[in-house]
Design a protein around this ligand. Structure first.
Ligand code: SAH
Length: 358
């Protein structure tokens, strides 16, 4: 932004003023930016635009969770973004891609295929919309936490995500502390290694299985970057940062990864990594073959790991009545990977078989 103003022959500090107008005051009309000269306002109007993602659907869950469906290419593609209110926090779950390339077997975004990366503007636009919607509703703080846990794999859209994170943390924009911003990854190891040089936001890793054989099935990127490489990169990321811990996410799938033996393997695996464990009850979606583990099994798993010194919590399922829970974000993806087509064919086959059986 400073470069942009310098190129216009203006002082670099104009960048701060405009950042504050846009992100803090929610003003997108250059003519209303009254501490800029009239000539500069006109110039900006001719050379730039502030464009927000277009809200297609704005839904509120009975538990207060709010979900926006945002169009990003006319009506062709849409992404989802979810606000989760909790005590005195307002956590926003932000998308980084239209669809996803990673194809995790238990995730509904995966079934939709992939179209493209989001731009920095489209990522920060989600924060803008949610933040100013909250302010308009009388919440003084607006967004307090951001988790990059919406649609897509943030580390496969590295540069745009880093720029958006910088704006989230910038004092002239949203001023979030690094500890309140979390990147979640399925395990793109080279990008985790690079992350250490770019930022020190919190890192969450979608582990979901305690051994390579099982993880290969659930999170196929594991075939490329197996668990040992992933955990080595995690250890490096926390090194030299006293309080930093990795949050490992672990979806609870009935009969698949939820036994005490899995818990035992997990404790052993994580013994050398400063970690927290988040158990996520599986959120079902149409045509999935998985089921969520029952509460007793989840509690048993949690207690086993907790008792062995790894802080473990079960994530509360939020917003499931409006399909806003983890892994239920589907937006609208004009698939270019043809994966959604394959999924559709397998659903049709399944329905065909069921009809035949009837
Ligand atoms: N690609 C990143 C960001 C997505 S975050 C990542 O994998 O971390 C979304 C989180 O929800 C991930 O931990 C993901 O594995 C989990 N998830 C996906 N589908 C789910 C489902 N159906 N039920 C519960 N959690 C799910």
């Amino acid at each position: 932004m400073q470069g942009f103003f310098t190129a216009l022959g203006e002082k670099p500090f104009r960048a701060r003023q405009v950042m504050q107008w846009i992100h803090q005051r929610g003003v997108t009309d250059f003519q209303q930016m009254t501490d800029l000269s009239k000539a500069l306002r006109n110039r900006l109007e001719q050379t730039a635009e502030v464009r927000l993602p277009e809200v297609s659907v704005d839904q509120q869950s009975s538990d207060g969770t709010r979900k926006w469906l945002l169009h990003v290419d006319g009506v062709d593609n849409a992404i989802e973004c979810v606000m989760i209110p909790e005590d005195n926090r307002m956590t926003l779950c932000v998308s980084s891609q239209v669809g996803c390339t990673l194809n995790c077997s238990f995730c509904s975004t995966a079934k939709q295929g992939f179209n493209r990366n989001l731009s920095t503007a489209e990522i920060i636009g989600q924060v803008y919309l949610a933040h100013h919607a909250l302010l308009a509703d009388g919440y003084e703080q607006g967004v307090t936490n951001v988790v990059m846990m919406g649609m897509g794999e943030p580390l496969l859209n590295y540069d745009a995500v880093m720029s958006a994170l910088n704006i989230m943390c910038d004092d002239f924009a949203y001023g979030l502390s690094k500890r309140r911003v979390t990147i979640s990854t399925a395990g793109v190891v080279p990008a985790i290694e690079r992350l250490d040089q770019s930022t020190d936001v919190s890192l969450a890793v979608s582990l979901h299985a305690p051994n390579d054989e099982l993880r290969n099935q659930l999170v196929p990127i594991n075939k490329k970057y197996p668990i040992k490489q992933l955990l080595d990169a995690c250890k490096t990321y926390v090194q030299g940062h006293g309080r930093r811990r990795i949050t490992f996410e672990y979806v609870m799938l009935e009969g698949i990864n939820d036994s005490l033996d899995h818990a035992r393997q997990l404790v052993k695996l994580l013994s050398g990594v400063p970690s927290k464990l988040n158990l996520i009850p599986f959120n079902p979606f149409p045509h999935t073959e998985y089921r969520c583990s029952d509460k007793a099994t989840i509690d048993r798993f949690r207690d086993y790991v907790n008792q062995r010194g790894i802080v473990t919590v079960t994530r509360k399922t939020r917003g499931d009545d409006i399909d806003a829970a983890c892994g239920q974000l589907v937006g609208k993806v004009r698939d270019r990977s043809r994966r959604s087509l394959k999924h559709q064919i397998s659903i049709n086959n399944l329905t065909g078989q069921m009809n035949a059986a009837n």
